[in-house]
Write a protein that binds this ligand. Structure first.
Ligand SMILES: Cc1ncc(COP(=O)(O)O)c(C=O)c1O
Length: 380
């Protein structure tokens, strides 16, 4: 059987990883500044993470959500405390798309409405409603098309004011747009969404799938603006590679049996991984580390002369060049052994390393990046 060929692949086979270092099957070493799509939060193969998962596996790996699963309660307790939403309720699932799908459903159930407002350059996942709310026609199948989603220009408060009505069940926005090229919502835009959602009885959904879990230098990126969304979705960094995702649900939204559900969500192993991630984020003070090291890095990158713009918060960084950056990324990988990420904006390089990245790795990237830029005809 062949694999369904949907991914453009680098001809590299990674067989081992530790912290921010990867090794391929020929023993070549790489620096991981992408974390496999922003997934690696506490570094590859963190000892506490390995220990927790191995210990759990020795006890029980899986049972369904028809029994009490104690690690779910431990996870909810630890997450609530660390993220600053102790009074919210936790629904566990498996991926970012599934988290957003459930958040949108929940908003619709709660309001008994069906119109959703999303924004240009958004990415919320590839399933049914999540993909319909994603601003990329090329990944929306005819069956996903729906008149229920309205796209508005990102950060445009006037457009939002005009579009809001009693028919809107939810407004969904990313804490920081990731796939769209690292675009930060203004404080005033997020406050406007919050105010209009309150005024019209709509649900404010914050997609923190990529920007959450400390990546921005706060636990959630929206916490820079002081807003309090009713639904917050998480995934990526939550499990450091183990598939686990969640919806954080405000107390005003009441649960009812069978309203939402999943077979695998919240299984023992996923909880063990997610608890280990929170333990490490807390013990190693990774949110503070991310804020400091990330913001210093952003300032350093801003000094580079061949760079058009640097956007970001903490360790969620987009470096926009004046031209498409595919060749630059390729040279960074092949000549310097550094993994970086792309974005739907072809000129943007995304930097999304593990939150415990060290300064010498950042210095190594800066040196390589300057070298590649200086030797590249396209950017100048
Ligand atoms: C902001 C955001 N939301 C949702 C998703 C979808 O997550 P998943 O691929 O786990 O379904 C992504 C993935 O890149 C994302 O960046």
């Amino acid at each position: 059987m062949n694999l369904f060929d949907v991914y453009p692949l680098f001809d590299i086979s990674i067989v081992k990883a530790s912290g921010s270092v990867l090794w391929d099957n020929k023993g070549k070493q790489y620096l991981d500044l992408y974390g496999g799509h922003a997934v690696i939060s506490i570094g590859h193969s963190h000892p506490h993470y390995l220990k927790k998962i191995k210990e759990q596996l020795d006890q029980i790996g899986f049972y369904s959500n028809s029994i009490k699963i104690a690690p779910q309660l431990e996870l909810a307790e630890k997450l609530g405390e660390l993220c600053g939403y102790p009074d919210y309720q936790l629904f566990l699932c498996n991926s970012g798309a599934e988290a957003n799908e459930n958040a949108l459903k929940l908003a619709s159930f709660h309001t008994n409405r069906k119109k959703v407002i999303a924004f240009t350059k958004s990415f919320h996942g590839r399933t049914s409603l999540a993909v319909a709310a994603t601003d990329d026609k090329s990944i929306v199948a005819p069956v996903n098309e729906t008149a229920n989603i309205q796209f508005l220009p990102f950060n445009d408060e006037t457009a939002l004011e005009k579009a809001m009505s009693q028919e809107v069940c939810a407004v969904i926005v990313e804490g920081i747009q990731g796939v769209g090229g690292v675009n930060i919502p203004t404080v005033s835009f997020l406050k406007k969404i919050e105010a209009l959602c309150k005024q019209y009885g709509a649900i404010f959904i914050l997609d923190e799938v990529q920007s959450g879990y400390g990546r921005s230098g706060k636990f959630f990126a929206h916490q820079y603006s002081g807003v309090k969304p009713q639904l917050i979705t998480t995934a990526k960094g939550m499990g450091n590679g183990f598939p686990v995702a969640s919806v954080l649900i405000s107390p005003e939204i009441k649960a009812k049996h069978s309203l939402l559900g999943t077979t695998f969500g919240g299984n023992y192993l996923a909880c063990a991984a997610a608890i280990a991630v929170l333990d490490v984020i807390k013990q190693e003070k990774l949110v503070d580390h991310t804020l400091q090291i990330g913001n210093n890095w952003i300032n350093e990158l801003k000094k580079l002369k061949d760079v058009k713009e640097v956007r970001g918060q903490g360790l969620m960084i987009g470096v926009e060049l004046n031209n498409p950056c595919a060749d630059i990324r390729k040279k960074l990988l092949t000549d310097h052994g550094i993994f970086t990420g792309s974005a739907s904006n072809k000129n943007v390089i995304r930097l999304l390393p593990a939150l415990n990245i060290q300064q010498h790795d950042i210095d190594a990237f800066n040196t390589a990046f300057k070298h590649v830029l200086a030797n590249s005809a396209v950017t100048i």
